[in-house]
Design a protein. Structure first.
Length: 443
């Protein structure tokens, strides 16, 4: 018999092919079911939750603020560096051994206080020598003057030649020049002797000592003995854009005193208050800024040289302006707006036009009037016409406590509502009464 006849798959090919179609059809149905499930799940995840959209959603808790009027300052902010008005490096003006140091590091010294002493014995000897030469030459001058007087009398009687008289006049003039030179030598020796006692030229604070006792000091020492820095008053150098120069210059020409405040690196703590003194005579071409100097009394010693500070310059003050808290400003599709609290405990969107900002207050140019109430806390989930409930003053001052109270109240309300529903066979807020089964479904 032929081999193809013995193979059952070849003898009856028709039925075998019809039976192999069912697994493919089942696989197709399974793929379609999986795809349908994925689409349904994706749509459920993408659907936004309707917060507050239910009929049982309560009003939002907010903190309002009443719009008022007041003064608001026009301020310019800048970065500055504290700079001393006088920094002096104390150096010796003569050479000699350092015999005494009359200060302690960190001391406050006044102008004229003794700082150090240098060995004065060589300079005392030089002064004595100069005084001796002066006395000798003064005696010679006095003798020459006596001879000159005698020769003048004899010359009048023609008893001596005029040449002798002229010679004596020249000799007196020579001795006078010598005496003047001796007097200058004496003054120079006195100055050098005074330099042996080094005194402070300014009022200030003494820094760290650069030379120890017993060292030989010279005028060429680069580090000097010590550095004295003036701290009261002190100044701050800061820069402003050139666009602000005309406004600052106009106020200074009018004789206005521009208050200046210095804040720490974070900008939160005020360090000192002062006034603007002047500005530089030229603009920096590389940065387009100009330097200004403000002076501070610094009696509390909150500013030190080379300290980084934030400067706030009060340029002008807008009197009786409508102001509000910056916490109430919202920005979105309408632009800059606020949520206005209505008399029926709802809120409405009110576009506003803002002016200058001073700290946490901002000037309102249009959109609000005195007496309006706006939302300054709790506005993140509000919308036009939303119901609101106003927190008490204590809750506004303690947001954490208010949140805790709201959560506790909500929990108590939910528990109370559940208990009430159970006791009255699950009364529905819509008016119908239904009994609840154990699985929570209405019957």
């Amino acid at each position: 018999m032929d081999q193809h006849i013995k193979d059952p798959l070849i003898v009856a090919p028709g039925p075998v092919r019809r039976a192999s179609r069912w697994p493919g059809i089942l696989t197709g149905f399974l793929v379609l079911a999986v795809l349908a499930g994925i689409v349904w799940w994706t749509r459920q995840q993408a659907a936004p939750p309707q917060a507050g959209g239910g009929r049982n959603a309560g009003p939002m808790s907010i903190v309002p603020e009443t719009i008022g009027k007041g003064d608001i300052g026009v301020s310019l902010n800048a970065l500055g560096t504290v700079t001393s008005l006088a920094t002096v490096t104390i150096r010796s003006q003569i050479s000699g051994y350092l015999m005494k140091i009359d200060f302690k590091e960190g001391d406050e010294v006044k102008k004229g206080d003794l700082i150090a002493e240098i060995d004065s014995r060589p300079y005392e000897a030089t002064l004595a020598q100069a005084k001796g030469q002066l006395a000798r030459d003064e005696a010679q001058l006095k003798g020459a003057q006596v001879d000159l007087t005698r020769y003048q009398g004899l010359a009048a009687q023609n008893a001596v030649p005029h040449q002798t008289l002229d010679t004596q006049v020249a000799l007196v003039a020579q001795y006078q020049g010598t005496v003047e030179a001796d007097r200058a030598s004496v003054k120079s020796a006195e100055v050098n002797l005074a330099y042996c006692h080094i005194v402070s030229p300014i009022n200030g604070r003494v820094g760290l000592r650069q030379v120890d006792l017993g060292n030989y000091v010279t005028p060429g020492d680069t580090n000097g003995l010590v550095v004295i820095t003036q701290l009261e008053p002190i100044s701050v150098l800061f820069t402003l854009p050139e666009d602000n120069l005309q406004a600052v210059a106009k106020r200074l020409r009018e004789g206005a005193v521009l208050p200046t405040a210095a804040y720490d690196r974070s900008g939160a703590n005020k360090l000192a208050e002062g006034t603007l003194q002047t500005f530089d005579s030229q603009i920096d071409a590389t940065t387009g800024t100009i330097k200004l100097r403000a002076q501070f009394e610094n009696d509390k010693r909150t500013l030190y040289p080379n300290q980084f500070v934030n400067i706030r310059l009060l340029l002008d003050t807008h009197k009786d302006a409508t102001t509000m808290s910056t916490a109430g400003i919202q920005r979105g599709v309408p632009g800059t707006f606020v949520y206005l609290v209505n008399a029926d405990s709802t809120v409405s969107v009110r576009p506003v036009k803002l002016g200058v900002t001073d700290g946490d207050r901002v000037e309102v140019l249009s959109g609000l009037t005195q007496g309006d109430r706006i939302v300054i806390d709790g506005a993140d989930k509000l919308r036009e016409g939303a119901k609101v409930v106003v927190r008490s003053a204590a809750d506004a001052a303690n947001p954490a406590g208010a949140a805790k109270g709201d959560a506790k109240g909500a929990a108590n309300g939910a528990a109370k509502g559940d208990g009430k529903g159970d006791s009255k066979d699950g009364a529905d807020p819509g008016g119908g009464h239904h009994k609840r089964s154990e699985d929570g479904q209405k019957k």
